[in-house]
Design a protein around this ligand. Structure first.
Ligand code: NAD
Ligand code: AHE
Ligand code: ZN
Length: 369
C-alpha cells in the first residue's frame, strides 16, 4: 500500500513529506494507522546525526497513538480496531530480560530494531524500490506503519489518541523514572535538570511520590511557570550563578538532594546531577541521551562516599503490562497530559515542530494525521 510519511533522507536536513510504499504485516506483525504523534527530543537528536545508531534514510517518530488496521498471521493479542500505543521498548514476556523481573528492557528484537529493520531483517518501507529504515521500531512519522505485535500496548478506546500519544515516550519516561526507577520516597528532596516534556514529567512523578521539595533547573526561564504549576517548589537558572550548579544545589539543600534526574542529554550536566546528590545516599538518574563519542566522568570518590548513578529508559515501564494503567491514570485526572501539548499541526508542518523545540518555544508539538 501507499502511505504518507516524513522522510529523514540525511542528517541535519529537513524531513520531506512524501508518499512511499509500505508492505503489509507479516507473521506476528500488525498494520497501524497513526492518528497522532508527539515529537520528542530524541527524534531531533537522531536527525542531528549525533545518534551512533542513527540511520538514513529513515522514518523517525516514536510517540504515537494508533488504531490497528490489519493483523498478520499468528497475531493474538490485538484485533482490528483496537487502539494502541507503539512501544519502542517492546515486551515479549518470554526473553530473559522480560522474565528477570529486574528491567523493562526486552531484548527479543533489539538487534534488528537498532539496525532499522523488522525482526525478519527487512524493512516494510521503500520508495521506488529503495528501502527506508524504520526508527526505534515505531516510525510514527508515517500515517501507516507496521510493528511487531509485541511492540504495541492495547489501551482503552475512550482515551484521546491525540493526547495519550505523549504517554508513548516523554511523559511516561519522566514519571516512570521517579516511580519505577528511583522509587522516590515521601518527604524526599528532588532536583530535575531540564524542563522539557521529560523533565516536567519528572516533576509530576515527584509530586505523585509525595516529594517535599522539588528543584527545577533550566537555562530557559520561560519553563519555570509550568514547572511551578506542576509542583516545583524552587526554580533555578544556572546562568544566574557564578559557582558550578552542583554547588548551588548542595548549598540550597543543606548537603544535597536525595534524588536527581538529568533530562537534557548533556554529559557535564549529568556530572552536576550526580554531584548535587547527598553524600551517603543520594541517587542520580540519567534520562537524557548523549551523542556519539561523549562520556560521563566524575571522581570515583563521589560513588565511594555513597552517591549512586543510575539510568532509565522509558521510565523503567513495561509497555504492554503497565502502560494501559498510565492511560487509566490520565483518564482519572491523576496524570497531566493535555497541558503538555503546546502546539498541534499537520504532518506537512513537522519541520516547524523541530524548530519550536530547538527554540525552546514548545513543550510538545503533536502531529495529527
Ligand atoms: P526538550 O528539548 O523538550 O527539553 C530539554 C530541556 O533542557 C529544555 O527545556 C532546555 O532548555 C533544557 N536545557 C538545555 N540545556 C540545558 C542546560 N545546560 N542546563 C539546564 N537545562 C538545559 O527535551 P525532552 O523531549 O524533554 O528530552 C530530554 C532528554 O531526554 C533528551 O536528551 C531526550 O533525548 C531524552 N529522552 C530520554 C528518554 C529515555 O527513555 N531515557 C526518553 C525520552 C527522552
Ligand atoms: N541509540 C542511542 C541511544 C538512544 C537511547 O538511549 N534511547 C532510549 C530511549 S530515548 C526515547 O526518547 C532507550 O530506550 N534506550 C534503550 C535502548 O535499548 O535503546 C545510542 O547511544 O546508541
Ligand atoms: Zn522520546
Amino acid at each position: 500500500m501507499k502511505t504518507r510519511a516524513a522522510i529523514a533522507w540525511a542528517a541535519n536536513k529537513p524531513l520531506e513529506i512524501e508518499e512511499i510504499d509500505l508492505e503489509g504485516p507479516k507473521k506476528g506483525e500488525v498494520l497501524l494507522r497513526n492518528v497522532a504523534t508527539g515529537v520528542c527530543h530524541t527524534d531531533a537528536y537522531t536527525l542531528s546525526g549525533a545518534d551512533p545508531e542513527g540511520l538514513f534514510p529513515s522514518i523517525l517518530g516514536h510517540e504515537g497513538g494508533a488504531v490497528v488496521e490489519e493483523i498478520g498471521p499468528g497475531v493474538t493479542s490485538v484485533a482490528v480496531g483496537d487502539h494502541v500505543i507503539p512501544l519502542y521498548t517492546p515486551e515479549c514476556k518470554t526473553c530473559n530480560f522480560c522474565t528477570s523481573g529486574k528491567t523493562n528492557l526486552c531484548q527479543s528484537i533489539r538487534a534488528t530494531q537498532g539496525k532499522g529493520l523488522m525482526p525478519d531483517g527487512t524493512s516494510r518501507f521503500s520508495k521506488n524500490g529503495q528501502p527506508i529504515h524504520h526508527f526505534m521500531g515505531t516510525s510514527t512519522f508515517s500515517h501507516y506503519t507496521v510493528l511487531p505485535e509485541i511492540a504495541v500496548a492495547k489501551i482503552r478506546k475512550d482515551a484521546p489518541l491525540e493526547k495519550v500519544c505523549l504517554l508513548g515516550c516523554g511523559i511516561t519516561t519522566g514519571i516512570g523514572a521517579v516511580l519505577e526507577t528511583a522509587k522516590v520516597t515521601p518527604g524526599s528532596t528532588v532536583a530535575v535538570f531540564g524542563l522539557g516534556g521529560v523533565g516536567l514529567s519528572v516533576i509530576q512523578g515527584a509530586v505523585m511520590a509525595k516529594a517535599e521539595r522539588i528543584i527545577a533547573i533550566d537555562i530557559n526561564p520561560d519553563k519555570f511557570t509550568f514547572a511551578k504549576q506542576l509542583g516545583a517548589t524552587d526554580c533555578v537558572n544556572p546562568k544566574d550563578y557564578d559557582q558550578p550548579i552542583q554547588q548551588v544545589i548542595v548549598e540550597l539543600t543543606n548537603g544535597g538532594v536525595d534524588y536527581s534526574f538529568e533530562a537534557v542529554g548533556n554529559v557535564d550536566l549529568m556530572r552536576a546531577a550526580l554531584e548535587c546528590c547527598h553524600k551517603g545516599w543520594g541517587e542520580s538518574i540519567i534520562i537524557g541521551v548523549a551523542g556519539a563519542g561523549q562520556e560521563i566522568s566524575t571522581r570515583p570518590f563521589q560513588l565511594v562516599t555513597g552517591r549512586v548513578w543510575r539510568g532509565s529508559a522509558f521510565g523503567g515501564v513495561k509497555g504492554r503490562s503497565r502502560l494501559p494503567g498510565y492511560v487509566d491514570r490520565y483518564m482519572a485526572g491523576e496524570i497531566k497530559v493535555d497541558e503538555f501539548v503546546t502546539h498541534v499541526m499537520g504532518l506537512e508542518d513537522i519541520n516547524h515542530a523541530f524548530h519550536l523545540m530547538h527554540e525552546g518555544e514548545s513543550i510538545r508539538s503533536v502531529i495529527v494525521f
